[in-house]
Structures are given as C-alpha cells and as structure tokens.
Ligand binder design. Sequence first.
Ligand code: SAM
Length: 289
Amino acid sequence: MNLCDIKTVKQVMGMFHLTFRKEFGQNFLTDRSVVEDIASECCEASNGTILEIGPGIGTLTYELALRHRKVIALEIDRGLIPVLDYTLKEFDNVQVINEDVMQTDLHALLTDAFAQGPVSVCANLPYYITSPILMKLLESKLPFDYITVMIQKEVADRLCARAGGKDYGAITAVLNYYGEAEKLFDVPADRFLPAPKVDSAVIRIRLYRDKPCKPQNEELLFRTVKAAFAQRRKTLTNALGAGFPELTKEQINAVIADCGLEATVRGERLDIAQFSALSDAIGALITSA
Ligand code: SAM
C-alpha cells in the first residue's frame, strides 16, 4: 500500500468513514521522498526507539518501522487507531497509543525504551501545538539523542536562527540551552493532504549530553531571556529594568558591565551563554538583597 498516494489516502480515510480533522492539525504527507528522508535522517542509530507524535494514517510510521528497532506512536484521534492497525499490520515493532502527547507521562512511557538503547523523537507535528510539544520534550530532560520535527517554515527559521539575526527570539535562546537545531530541508505546502496555508521545514535538534552553559538557577535564566525579549526594541538595560523591578537601574547597569556587555546592547544580540552569565549576576544581587 502506498500511503503517499493521494488516491490511497482518500480511499483509506473513506474506508473508515473519516474526514481530516482541522482541530487536530491533520495535514498528511504525500511525498514519498520527503517521508523517506525524514525517517532516514531523524537519527544516526537504527538500534533504538523512535517516539512518533501524531502518526496520522501511518505514512511516516511505516518508514520509521522499516528503519528502526521500535516505534512508539502517540495519536490523539481515536478514529485513526483502527486505520493504523490496518496500515501497519505487517509490523510487530510498532506500538500505537491513543493519547494526547500533552497528557502523556513520557518518563513512565519510555523507561524501558531508554533501558534498551537510544531514543529519539520524530514527528510531522500538528502546527496548532508545535511550541508546547517542543517545550514539553525539552523540559522533560529525557536524554533523547535527537528531536526531528516537521514544523511551519517560519517557526523552523526562528528555531535555527543565530543570535543577532532577525529571526532570533526567546524560544531560540531557550532551545539553545538544551541543544543545537539545524534545518534539514524545506517542504512546500502542496506535499500535504489537505495542503496547509504555509510551507514547512524539517529541523533536527541534537540534545546536549553536557550543556555548554550551566546557570546557577534555570528559572532565573528563563526569566532573564523572557525579560530581554519582552521589550525587544529596547536596550537590555531598559528591558531588564521592566523585567526585574526589584533591581535599581544602577544595579542593572553594573550587571551588564560586569558581564562585559555594552550599555546600549539589545537582548537579541546575546547568545544563551551570555544570558546565563547575566542571570547568574542578577541572581547574586537578588539573593544578597
Ligand atoms: N504523521 C502523519 C503524516 O506525516 O502524514 C500525520 C501528521 S499530522 C500533521 C499531525 C497528527 O498529529 C495528526 O494525526 C493528529 O491527529 C495528531 N495529533 C494532533 N494533536 C495531537 C496531540 N496532542 N497528541 C498526539 N497526536 C496529536
């Protein structure tokens, strides 16, 4: 069965009396070479487990199952479960679970998988919930090797941006704390059924085993990043002033100078290591107050 063939996708949906559910971000991939490339490039190891989020009718799942030891697929739409039983029936290395990934206890789900080998995530993500899913995966602190996801191109450009670039934002800086993102390739909107309004891209995040920066207080690091980008057009001094009302302007100026930064610098120029140093200096002031 060729699940990338548009006629086949429509036939399978019709067989199970299903329609594409917009509220679940159901845009199914119909380009075989894109599906094969994602399944091959999502991680280096083939002896591990892949956690797939949103298998849909099983198009990507099928190619993952051919290439990896085990696939665990979480699908929110109950209507698709019998479809997946049908399209993936030849595999005994696929476990489909009817669950909302945002409600799933990933630690409990993946304990055995991590005991048996490397685990990576691979998904054509539902666009309505891209950032919450990515943040859940990163904040879980589970030692995934890679997180490879198809997302909106605009979001992909933001996540892969460099400090100082026009697409660089708070989410880029936070992602850089956990790992390194690279764009693998763009995918035009007409490679999906139904076609979404915007183009997509596949990015691969390699998670750090040993983080290059080690802030004394993670929460304070994220608060510092948020403050810097909340007032993007303002200088860092003014942005931090608004984000840390408990500090005086003189204290903020001193912190910025101590970190070797210009008084007029804007937050969007700072990389995550510089944010980490800033947050440590702010933390020292707050705790001594
Ligand atoms: N993997 C398939 C493909 O590439 O053709 C389908 C991708 S489609 C963009 C997103 C899939 O995620 C849909 O099957 C949708 O039902 C599922 N989904 C949406 N929200 C979800 C959630 N919170 N948890 C698990 N699956 C979800």
